[in-house]
Design a protein around this ligand. Structure first.
Ligand SMILES: [Fe+2]
Length: 431
């Protein structure tokens, strides 16, 4: 195929990016045993080994099988095992039973990854059509999503072990670093009016630059009433005040579904909090430690975020308000290394990105003019637009380079195992 110089450069960038992202996934598993990698603590939380295999399956199924007419899968019998939900490809293995897959072994999965990587590198060393490059860019964004899921899933698996395993040591000096007092929670007013929502890209960019998932498109116009958005997320200390004020016992604060969910599950505090010696502690990927009041509250469901907002005399933002305010703030996405634990709130740091995902009051729905891609890959996002709420921003576990203002994360309103927190909003009277 004859391609221009600039497209070849873009493909070369993609080839380098491919090697980096694939290596980063493996690096996350460096300190884990084969036993660690097979754990599945609940249907929603997949084994580490499954994440390693499924991200490889994605390239095999959606890129290599399409690029080469004579392509044969590495092992035909694995195709169903590591298919997540693409019914256009075939019937997947049951999600709740991923932890039963002791075979193929972790070593076999690693070998499969290396084999697939060498096929992908060979593919990318000769000029490829733009639509195939777009699928590869999608596969890398997909892999980065799974890097975060691998960590949130692993955290839940480890939480279920009374030994409370430590995933990694805290950064040097972190425990002794002085933490400034929590700045007062303030609200920044926005005038509202005619605004734009979504990503302007016409398709998948060839690298992170310009990439957007289909659910972020098309860019469209909306109308915003005047509103005010909190200048930082809600802190643990503030959330503890809600708990002490009987937040979990006052039905009037809760959505009906939320009240039912917390009564059934017995929620008294965010996920991973526990009492020890009259104090609140929390489990982190760095092990157990007392809850730090200055950090953003994390691992709360949409129901808890909504009840907290009502208690605080506020509400959750809509996703349009969030995106508008994040863009207006001009802070951009900070290029910080993922620490896997949210940094304390600080004066002047809005923490739109890199601390906790922020629940919105917006149901996860298609934007006007939304179109899915043709074929099975079109099942990526669109078919989940029912019964889920949008979260905005990014978290301390989101890979560097994966966040953007238009990003729409989504989970069921009762989900708590993601790094999910709260940012408040308020109405501003018109005129
Ligand atoms: Fe996936």
């Amino acid at each position: 195929m004859n391609i221009g110089n600039s497209q070849w450069l873009a493909q070369e960038t993609l080839r380098t990016h491919f090697a980096t992202v694939r290596r980063q996934t493996l690096a996350l598993t460096a300190g884990l045993s084969a036993e660690d990698c097979l754990l599945q603590s609940m249907p929603e939380a997949s084994p580490v080994k499954w994440h390693l295999a499924h991200t490889t399956w994605f390239f095999e199924t959606f890129v290599l099988a399409r690029a080469r007419a004579d392509f044969r899968p590495y092992d035909e019998s694995w195709r169903a095992l590591f298919n997540s939900y693409y019914l256009g490809i075939g019937e997947p293995h049951a999600r709740a039973q991923r932890g039963l897959l002791s075979r193929p072994s972790l070593q076999e999965v690693r070998t499969w990854r290396m084999h697939t990587d060498s096929l992908m590198q060979a593919l990318l060393s000769t000029p490829q059509a733009p639509d195939l490059l777009e699928l590869i860019a999608l596969g890398l964004q997909h892999e980065q999503q799974h890097q975060e899921l691998l960590l949130t899933d692993l955290k839940h698996h480890f939480w279920c072990n009374p030994l409370r395993p430590v995933y990694h040591a805290p950064p040097v000096g972190q425990a002794t670093a002085p933490v400034p007092p929590t700045p007062p929670l303030q609200f920044a007013e926005q005038a509202g009016g005619l605004a734009e929502l979504g990503h302007s890209g016409a398709g998948f960019g060839s690298v992170n630059e310009g990439f957007a998932f289909d659910n972020e498109r098309p860019l469209h116009r909306i109308w915003l009433q005047p509103f005010a958005l909190a200048t930082r997320p809600v802190s643990n200390g503030e959330y503890l005040a809600f708990m002490r004020d009987g937040g979990y016992r006052r039905a009037a604060l809760w959505l009906s579904d939320g009240w039912e969910a917390q009564q059934r599950a017995g929620w008294q505090a965010p996920l991973y909090w526990f009492r020890r010696d009259g104090q609140w502690w929390q489990f982190t990927l760095e092990g157990e430690r007392p809850v730090r009041m200055e950090e953003p509250v994390c691992h709360v469901s949409h129901y808890e975020a909504d009840a907290y907002a009502r208690w605080a005399g506020a509400r959750l933002p809509t996703e349009a308000e969030w995106e508008h305010a994040a863009l207006e703030s001009g802070t951009g996405v900070p290029a910080v290394e993922a620490t896997r634990h949210p940094a304390p709130v600080r004066e002047g740091d809005p923490q739109f990105f890199g601390a906790v995902w922020q629940w919105t009051q917006s149901a996860y729905l298609p934007y006007p003019g939304f179109r899915t891609s043709p074929g099975a890959v079109g099942e990526y996002n669109g078919k989940f637009m029912s019964g889920q709420m949008v979260l905005r921003g990014s978290s301390c576990a989101t890979p560097t380079g994966h966040a953007r203002a238009s990003y729409r994360n989504f989970f069921a309103p009762g989900a708590r195992w993601q790094f999910s927190g709260i940012r408040l909003a308020r109405d501003v009277p018109v005129g």
